[in-house]
Design a protein around this ligand. Structure first.
Ligand code: C2O
Length: 479
């Protein structure tokens, strides 16, 4: 049966605003949720009983701690694959570790996949908030099972603000809405369904796509809005689905920021393609839509409705033509270039499919050893037939360009021959990023300065099922 659309109000997660030196305590536990008026309650694993978890609002220069307490059950309700690296039979079934995605933090506070702990334990993370305003988010990162923990609901937003951004006059308060998108499959009784391969010994599947999208935890919700500008902080928190966002009436909107904060200038578009892990910060103006319904779509499928009030309202917000300075990094700014392949093997005997970064597994010795403070260019040579959203912990980077190359020749001889001109990213991708869509048949070049802290961090494909099956590697920043 199809669910009646737009009957539930868009939920807004509760907000924490810690002061300098505060310690916030957030507890991971099982909780039940009504995802739609007409559905029985669904068991989720959440932070503090909320899906998405409480939004943490931080301010640049205001450090605080969060104690993340693991109060989850000791057995998993989704299919753990013991053949997967890090989830072997000798490991506890339920483990958790929180990664603050996009944050510049010491490696011990980052949520390194092997820093997991079991129910009954807690871990204190220090967040220095010494970086520009950005739409960050937190989610589970426990080795071998974070795809299940995230699917179960362990994620939330972390909005970092700074004085510059606050001075711009962007829509704020009630006029700034977080939109956390994630698709799910549900059993008829409302239980979460996570697909498996059919092999009980190796249930891992390479991709998970749901037939329902939760927007802040609700299916096809409705937001009652005023006829004015709104700032939408969109996060694609899906395990595997890319969203092609647009409004049903084709109205243009302004992208003002991406993963790591504001762009140099707003980019006016009619649609935007968002990969798992990516964030889009956008402003839409409903002033001309008084009394109308405006639907946010993923291609041809509605995700939610904005029901615009009939009254005329005063709107003092603005979107300045210049948002901030974003110095454009160039090839010449990098002191080192690495050629790194994205690989997929399907002829493997151990697993039906295996995806790797640079032909290496997680446990192979570290190959990306980077000097603290140095700038590097990483050329991501995608040998597979899919787009992979590649995420680096710790750093922000810029996308230099994407360029088609002869894939078969590279596979045979390991020589890189370009077969077309380099394509610079569109304006909305020219800001600071921490996830990049590496297209098939292309070399995607990114440039990052590795400042912050020495230590071991992770880089990986943000398709959660790929990441789980070896498409994740450590990198080491050395002083
Ligand atoms: Cu959003 Cu390593 O992850």
């Amino acid at each position: 049966a199809t669910l009646a659309p737009f009957v539930d109000a868009l939920p807004r997660p509760p907000v924490h605003r810690p002061a300098a030196g505060d310690t916030l305590r957030i507890r991971m536990a099982r909780s039940t949720h009504t995802l739609h008026r007409d559905l029985p309650p669904t068991e989720l694993w959440t932070y503090d009983g909320h899906y998405p978890g409480p939004t943490i609002e931080a301010h640049t220069g205001v450090p605080f701690d969060v104690v993340w307490e693991n109060a989850l059950p000791t057995t998993h309700f989704l299919p753990v694959d013991h053949a997967i690296c890090g989830a072997e039979k000798d490991k506890p079934q339920v483990r958790a570790i929180v990664h603050l995605h996009g944050a510049k933090v010491p490696h011990t506070d980052d949520g390194y996949p092997e820093d997991w702990y079991v129910p009954g334990k807690a871990r204190r993370h220090h967040y220095p908030n010494a970086q520009d305003a950005a739409t960050l988010w937190y989610h589970d990162h426990a080795m071998g099972i974070n795809r299940l923990n995230m699917y179960a609901g362990l994620m939330g937003l972390y909005l970092l603000r700074d004085a510059h951004e606050l001075s711009l006059g962007l829509p704020s308060g009630d006029f700034e809405l977080p939109l956390v998108l994630a698709d799910r499959l549900l059993h008829a009784d409302g239980r979460l369904y996570y697909p498996d391969s059919g092999d009980a010994k190796a249930p891992w599947v390479p991709e998970v796509f749901g037939n329902l999208t939760l927007v802040n935890g609700a299916i096809l919700p409705r937001a009652d809005v005023q006829a004015r500008r709104y700032r939408l902080r969109v996060l694609n928190a899906a395990n595997g689905r890319f969203y092609h966002l647009r409004f049903r009436d084709g109205r243009p909107f302004q992208v003002i920021g991406s993963d790591q904060g504001l762009l140099a200038a707003p980019a006016t578009v009619r649609s935007v393609f968002v990969a798992p892990g990516e964030r889009v910060d956008l402003v839409v103006d409903f002033a001309a839509a008084r009394g109308m319904a405006v639907e946010l779509m993923n291609d041809a499928l509605p995700l939610m409705r904005f029901a615009v009030g009939a009254g005329q309202v005063r709107d003092d917000s603005r979107v300045p033509a210049t948002l901030r300075e974003v110095p454009r990094l160039t090839e010449a700014s990098a002191s080192k270039t690495r050629e790194l392949t994205l690989d997929e093997y399907s002829d493997c005997i151990a697993t039906p499919m295996l995806m790797l970064l640079n032909g290496k597994r997680w446990h192979d010795p570290v190959t990306e050893t980077v000097k603290l403070g140095s700038t590097e260019m990483w050329n991501l040579v995608n040998l597979t037939e899919d787009t992979h959203p590649i995420h680096l912990h710790l750093v922000r980077f810029q996308v230099l360009d994407r360029r088609p190359y002869a894939v078969d020749e590279y596979m045979e001889k390991k020589t890189l021959r370009y077969v077309g001109p380099a394509q610079v990213p569109p304006p909305h991708e020219r800001g600071w990023k921490d996830v990049v869509q590496a297209y098939p048949g292309m070399v995607t070049r990114i440039v990052a300065t590795f400042d912050g802290y020495p230590g071991r961090y992770a880089w990986h494909c943000h398709l959660a099922e790929h990441e789980a099956n070896e498409m994740m590697r450590p990198f080491e920043v050395v002083a």
